[in-house]
Design a protein around this ligand. Structure first.
Ligand SMILES: [Zn+2]
Length: 304
């Protein structure tokens, strides 16, 4: 109900997937209504990029944000971890053009956030509450949201014998994220990885940061972390992309064979359907629930 930020700054570093070079990241607490903002800390003037769908400049294989000529790629797993932990406001200073891939999941980020702890801010969280169904179909892919308690159901269908059809449902903005979704790693096919590397891409890609499949097997020694790790990772990607709404979605989301491009197109489509949702701030707390700093005026001026 209240907005949150980190209790204190946290720093980590890791290899960027595409360039294969180490990148340092510092996430700092921010005030209420600041939102999630990236800073390219390696560039002169430290340019800022708001984590918002209007800043998406590329969705091929990862979500890339940009402001003018400055870009930052692979933002989705870190954004999913931040929103999954309930962080509304933070400054994320990245010393390079991409967020480190870590182990290909959001678990390392989720763990760092859990160790750092969160702080409640004296301002209510606003939700985008869905009132009517909104759907976007692109060929055999579709994404829709209907009114209801926040949750996501995702389905995928790959011709690979170890993936095939997978479907998974999880409540959104709940503790389920850390256990069920954050550890699911990104996945790729050996042929694709080899092709990308001939093009100078995915240079940091290895079995340490992705599940890699050949025609019949998982090449990683430990295999999958969950039988349906692939679809769980798609939920992770979708939650990262959903963070770009800038508001917390309140509705039942369903995605079939989605991609970063579909997630992004859907956010645009949803925001255009203004009659289908409203900005909703849950009722003020009762006197017993009120923290010491509570001021009823925090609710005034917010759209009902
Ligand atoms: Zn991903």
């Amino acid at each position: 109900m209240w907005q949150q930020t980190l209790a204190q700054p946290l720093t980590f570093s890791g290899i960027g997937l595409h360039l294969g070079r180490p990148v340092k990241v510092t996430i700092s607490p921010a005030a209420a209504n600041h939102g999630l903002r990236f800073v390219r800390a390696d560039l002169p003037g430290r340019p800022e990029i708001l984590a918002h769908y209007s800043k998406v400049v590329d969705t091929l294989r990862a979500t890339t944000l940009g402001e003018g000529r400055v870009t930052l790629s692979t933002v989705e797993h870190l954004l999913a971890a931040l929103r999954g932990a309930g962080v509304d406001n933070a400054r994320i200073a990245v010393e390079g053009p991409e967020v480190p891939i870590m182990d290909g999941s959001a678990a390392p980020f989720a763990q760092l956030l859990a160790e750092t702890g969160l702080r409640t801010l004296p301002s209510p969280r606003a939700y985008l509450r869905v009132q009517r169904p909104v759907e976007l179909q692109q060929g055999d892919r579709w994404m829709r949201v209907v009114p209801g308690e926040p949750r996501i159901t995702y389905s995928i269908d790959f011709s690979h014998p170890l993936i095939r059809r997978q479907r998974y449902t999880v409540p959104l903005w709940s503790e389920a994220f850390e256990k069920e979704i954050a550890p699911a790693r990104t996945f790729g096919f050996l042929k694709e990885v080899q092709y990308l590397q001939t093009k100078g891409l995915a240079l940091g890609g290895s079995l340490d940061n992705a599940v890699v499949l050949d025609d019949s097997e998982v090449l990683n020694p430990g295999g999958f972390r969950f039988p349906e790790e692939c679809v769980r990772h798609k939920i992770l990607d979708a939650m990262g992309d959903l963070a770009l709404l800038g508001l917390t979605l309140w509705g039942r989301l369903e995605v079939s064979r989605g991609s970063h491009e579909l997630h992004y197109q859907f956010l645009q489509h949803l925001m255009e359907q203004e009659a289908a949702w409203r900005i909703w701030v849950p009722s003020p707390p009762t006197p017993e629930q009120q923290p010491a700093w509570f001021q009823p005026t925090l609710w005034e001026g917010l759209p009902a």
